[in-house]
Design a protein. Sequence first.
Length: 293
Amino acid sequence: MQLFTTSEAAQYLRLKERKIYEMVAEGTIPCTKVTGRWLFPKAELDHWLASSVQRPQGLSHPQPAPIVAGSHDPLLEWALRESGSGLASLAVGSEAGLHRFLAGEAVAAGMHLHALDDPEADANVATLKARSDVGDAVLIGFCRREQGFLVKTGNPVRIGTIEDVLERHARICMRPKGAGAQLLLLALLNRAGATLDALQAGPVCPTGPDIAQAIRAGRADVGIATRSVASAAGLDFVPIVWEPFDLLMRQRDFFRPPLQALMRFLRSDDFVARARELGGFDVAPAGIVRFVN
């Protein structure tokens, strides 16, 4: 979290320091006091500024790009295309997708976050509840997905748990920092009392299919991805956890044609059939509002 001092906040807002102190006294500016000093979280200031913008009558909010950023998911990619939504997907990982969404660079973000102290906790909702910069946001369920270890056919290294990965020095694929699968790996290691340094790190793979390719090519022994990725690649799958996979969007964008087209498609028989065909998906949560700010 980036914190400004009083002088830095004044410079950022282009105000006099005296005015900043007056606003602190009036309780009209977001701030916190630590060891006698006033500090101003940049994210809070940005949210405060954005929420107080006055627009002339008829002037709409700036439109984000028609992109769903965040975690890679084959069912989501297919649904975006087949629904006629006109939305593209950008696989950059869950945390990076969230940041792009908050920056106005994407109309929605696909998320599957994991808490360090509990791999099975509902970290998507918990993360949003803890943030102060997701105003006008709604989290819509897309599915639940089965995550696990991808291994070669026959599981020659005999991987069943993260402890097996550690003890057998299996080469494990890494995901970029902030990717949901990497957060799950960190949570598993934390529960086992280990860190990333204890692993035999393999290649860094942007998506699940990249992990599958690395294993098939012999560049790695194991990696974390969904059952659907394992099935498509003809690899064995060792289940770890079922996780919520959600779509974060602005309430105002939810009611516009692109996302409405996707929401309608989530209720279709074709969507249910495709999820069953891919494997490892539970689409019961599809279209359900899971969090509203």
